[in-house]
Design a protein around this ligand. Sequence first.
Ligand SMILES: Nc1ncnc2c1ncn2[C@@H]1O[C@H](COP(=O)(O)OP(=O)(O)OP(=O)(O)O)[C@@H](O)[C@H]1O
Length: 362
Amino acid sequence: MTIQNPSVSIKHLDLAFGAVKVLQNLNLEIADGEFLVLLGSSGCGKSTLLNVIAGLLEPTDGQIWIKGENVTWAEPSERGIGMVFQSYALYPQMTVEGNLTFGLKNAKVPKDEIARRVARAAEILQIEPLLKRKPGALSGGQRQRVAIGRALVRDVEVFLFDEPLSNLDAKLRADLRVELKRLHNNLKNTMIYVTHDQVEAMTLADRIAIMKGGKIMQLGTPAEIYGKPQNLYVADFIGSPSMTFFKGTLKGDVIAIPGHDLPLGNYDFKERPADGTPAIIGIRPEHVMTGDNLRSAPCTTEVTVDLVEPMGSDTLVYCEFGGETFRIRMDGQAQVTPGDRLTIGIDPAAASLFDTESEVRL
Ligand SMILES: Nc1ncnc2c1ncn2[C@@H]1O[C@H](COP(=O)(O)OP(=O)(O)OP(=O)(O)O)[C@@H](O)[C@H]1O
């Protein structure tokens, strides 16, 4: 997909720390107003990429363009970006107001303009009653709001967030996540957001870039990434619990896995491989049909329940199937206990097939 007048363009970016290549020929275009999430496990290079965009790290090769300008060698303050870190990075001896205005005073922004911007940020982030307090007298969530406010008052084109919610407890994290989404809906600025939390990625992003070893494994909308993972890595990474994978062989209308022939139905192959091709089928826990849903299942079979995890909103059931521990999501009211025989249905059209060698989606 080509993006017209991208807000941020990353072109052939390489970055190495000594002999360690952290980013490798990375290309990415981010649309104006887009919320792009960089998602990946620890060490995949997502913070490094954000720091290069911010100008806190110099690339070994390649270019960064922001709003049509090559900023590869520009100072961070000249890039039109505002960054929010995990650690808040507030000045402890200054009040909230002092923290918000410090950068603007240094930049010699006129007094009434500073007052206007602080009032607006304080209103948007609901921190008006906190302006006279020092960071030590704020909760983690309030501190992070002030940190966001500091980026907001700078009137920047692009916001960069580096795991801004990871220091907060689960409840606050969920609350602030919703606020960030609302903030983006209102401001419509370009936002680039680093996280290793897939719920944050799925709920906030217009598009997600899943990274591994300094490369982008897939770039797409949350629905594309979840529904049609383009390789085994992405398929395994996204979803909690993840898909169950079965090794098999394509044979006519079925994929033969140990002990079972699963019909392929109307699976949407990119290009149907020849019979006898080894393949891996991945099935999400919620795509296994049980109870009333069984009527629409193209293929049913019986399994013995091995373990049950009640989660409240749903129930995770584990059973042996096709030589693997098959994970099945049932509703929260499901009455199942280990040892029960359970009829399950599988719809291959909702499954994902991968080439065994290249691990690319078939
Ligand atoms: N200054 C440095 N010198 C050498 N190696 C570094 C340096 N900074 C980062 N690295 C390495 O670069 C790789 C990518 O690091 P980076 O912080 O970008 O990963 P990340 O995906 O953001 O991980 P995390 O979620 O743990 O922060 C890691 O293997 C890390 O050890």
